[in-house]
Structure formats: C-alpha cells, structure tokens
Design a protein around this ligand. Structure first.
Ligand code: HEM
Length: 382
C-alpha cells in the first residue's frame, strides 16, 4: 500500500502493535475512511467480497505498468498465464533441495547460546539468497540487491518519493542488464527461470523488457520483504510460544499448516489496494467510481466473527478462510514458493537446534507500517 503513513490516526505508527490498531478499528468502524489511504476494508466478509468482484473493485490503481498486480482482465489473464508457469508443483519439488541447502547454511552459521537478531542473521539473507537461487541470478547480484533492498526500505519508510523513484530505476537497471547478458549469450545462456522468461509470449508476441522487468520486480521487491517479515514473525512466535514450538519439534509434518496459522495471527503483509470502477455500496458506505480502498489482510484474517479469538492458534481451522495469500483472480501465485521456503526454513531451524527463546535483554522492535513483522527480534538459540 503506497500512501503516506504519517499523521493519520487510522494508520499504525512504528511503536504500535499493528494487529491491536486494526482490531480496534474493525470493531468500531469496519469500513473506515482514512485521509491518506482511502477506505480501509477491515472485515473478512467485505474483503472477500472485494476480492471476488474484480469488475467493481479494480486493480488498476496506478498508471505505471505493474505485471500482473496492477491489471484487470482480460489483460491480467494473459500475463497471469505466463506468471503461473513458474510456480508449478514440479518446479517447487526441483527447487526444494537448493532451498534446504541455503536454509541449512544460514541456520548453521547462527550464533549459539547468545542473543542474535534473527532479522540480521537469518531473515533478510534467507529471503535474498533463496529468491536469487530460484531465478538463477548470479551470486554477484546478491550484494547490490541487498544494498538496494535496504535503500528501498528506507525510502519507502521515509515516504521519500524522489528516493523511491531513484531506487526503482536502479533496480530496473540491474534487471535490464541481466536480460541483455542472457540475450547476448544466446544458446550459452544458463538454462534457468530467467532465461526461460525471455522466451515467453503474450498476445502472440515476445514480452517487452518493460514487461519482464515489471514481472521480475513483483517477484522480487515485495517478496524479499514479505518473506523476511514472515521468517521474523515465525521465529518470534515459536520462541514466545514454547508449547507450539514443542508440538512442531515433535511432529514436523504440522509445520506447513502451523506457518499459515501463525501468519494469519500476525500478518507479514498489511494490505493491498483497489479502486472502485463504478458506484457501489460496501459495509454501509457508498463509493463513487474512482474511490480508493485498501483490503487489510492484517485485519480480515483476525475477524472474530470468522475466527473467534483471533490470537488462538488452531490447526483445525478451514484453510479456505485464511486470506494470507489473498483470494480470487489475484490470489498470490507465489504462495507455493513462499510456503515451501517457510516450511523448509522452520524444519531446518527446529531440526538443527534444541531451544529457541526470546532474549531477556532486548525487546523486539516492530517494523514501521507499511512494513510488517519486526525490524529486529533478538532470540537465543541453542
Ligand atoms: C509470505 C509470503 C507472501 C505473502 C504473504 C504474499 C501475499 C500475497 C497476497 C495477499 C496477494 C494478493 C494481492 C491482491 O489481491 O492485491 C499476493 C499477490 C501476488 N504475489 Fe504474493 N505473497 C507472498 C510471496 C510471494 C512470492 C514468493 C512471490 C513470487 C516469487 C509472490 C508474487 C506475487 C504476485 C506476482 C502477486 C500478484 C498476483 C496478481 O495480481 O495476479 N508472492 N501475494
């Protein structure tokens, strides 16, 4: 969500507990008007309705080319067809050993018996290395991407539009250069997902570099921060909920379902945007064509009318109700990859350690909206 987070009482400040802010707002005002963000859609049934009715609630929220997030059908359908070829069960199975190797290397390198910040020592590196490996990007691109992710985070946080534009151009530059190298290499180009993307066609023509860069940006930029946030949330949750940690140590087959439930309780992604394409009534409010709204995952997934006590960890909930990866035509195509990465990471973390506890010396620092999760979370791992 790209609107300014400052000075709006409906938008959580850095020191706030995001879940508590949205819980309170949802109970008082389920479709709340925010000066800066438009209408915040907070209830599970209203969010579900928006997601299903893509004709009324459009994703064309910006004039900038955004493949496929910022598109509506039939254009969205064409690009989404290409997008979805990269997250099949076969590709996921083939990638799992690489993902496990990266998770094992990082977990083995964690300091033992002393407090260590999981964001610094594990979460960001895991997100970056796994995503680079998945796309077949050279190790040499990791450092520029790491620096770039930091700059992007700082610019977004500061709502510095000039800096945000500059870092976007910088990212596009890395990717264009990579695409050019792959094209120049011809048959000698590595046989990986990035090279394969170059051969994709839409509307019976090759995809342009602008389209490829946009698609790759959406597979990288948001995902690095969402995956890193998820790692921090999961590690913190297990450290502060010893009974759940014990359950998963005892039965690792529960890790996948447990991850989805923990990330329902504490969302790694706060919200996504929509714009009304015609007048419509939603949650007792009347929207005109052009009115902006935001579906707030961090609220809908905690709606007590669907989940009862939102903080209660339960593995017997209906998975279809969990909106962690969205729903409808824009449902997250990367969910199989995200689930694989997070399952493997937690499996490795629990299998390679005896205990995971919160550090008594350092309180976790919550990320500032629009980020979620933690900026730092200090744990002691033995
Ligand atoms: C824990 C990690 C992740 C979470 C929580 C997450 C969540 C979401 C959600 C809620 C949406 C729907 C947005 C909307 O309706 O406007 C979405 C869309 C999307 N996600 Fe993810 N995502 C994650 C990881 C990934 C990964 C790893 C990738 C790709 C490598 C990815 C690629 C995308 C793309 C391209 C879209 C847009 C789809 C469309 O508009 O059709 N996501 N994601």
């Amino acid at each position: 969500m790209n609107a300014s987070p400052h000075s709006d009482p409906l938008v959580p400040a850095s020191s706030d507990d995001h879940e508590a802010v949205f819980d309170d707002l949802r109970r008082r005002c389920p479709v709340a008007h925010s000066e800066q963000l438009g209408l915040l859609v907070l209830r599970h049934d209203d969010v579900s309705r928006v997601l299903r009715d893509h004709e009324t609630f459009s994703n064309e929220v910006s004039t900038r080319l955004t493949v496929p997030n910022g598109m509506d059908p039939p254009v969205h359908t064409e690009y989404r067809r290409v997008n979805d070829r990269y997250f099949t069960p076969d590709l996921m199975a083939a990638f799992e050993p690489t993902c496990r190797r990266i998770a094992t290397e990082l977990v083995d390198a964690l300091p033992s018996g002393v407090a260590a910040d999981v964001m610094d020592h594990l979460a960001h590196d895991f997100a970056l290395r796994v995503q680079s490996a998945f796309l077949g990007w050279p190790a040499g691109l990791e450092e520029p991407l790491r620096a770039w992710t930091r700059k992007n985070h700082e610019a977004t946080r500061a709502r510095d539009h000039a800096a945000m534009a500059a870092v976007a151009v910088e990212f596009d530059g890395f990717i264009r250069e990579l695409l050019t190298q792959r094209r120049d290499a011809g048959k000698a180009a590595p046989d990986d997902l990035t090279t394969r993307l170059l051969r994709e066609r839409v509307w019976d023509r090759e995809m342009t570099d602008d389209e490829l860069v946009s698609l790759l940006r959406n597979w990288t930029v948001g995902e690095l921060s969402t995956i890193a946030a998820s790692v921090g949330i999961l590690a913190h949750y297990l450290a502060t909920h010893p009974a759940v940690q014990e359950l998963l140590r005892h039965d690792p087959t529960l890790i996948g379902a447990a991850n989805d439930e923990i990330l329902r309780i504490h969302a790694p992604l706060i919200a996504n945007r929509r714009v009304a394409s015609k007048p419509v009534e939603l949650g007792g409010r009347t929207l005109d064509a052009g009115d902006r709204l935001a579906v707030v995952w961090a609220s809908a997934n905690r709606d007590e009318s669907v989940f009862g006590d939102p903080d209660e960890f339960r593995l017997d909930r209906d998975p279809a109700l969990n909106l962690l990866y969205g729903a409808g035509i824009h449902v997250c195509p990367g969910a199989p990859l995200a689930r694989l990465e997070l399952r493997v990471l937690v499996e490795v973390l629990l299998a390679s350690t005896d205990t995971l506890t919160a550090s008594a010396d350092a309180e976790p620092v919550r990320a500032q909206y629009p980020g979620s999760g933690f900026d730092s979370v200090s744990l002691v791992i033995t």
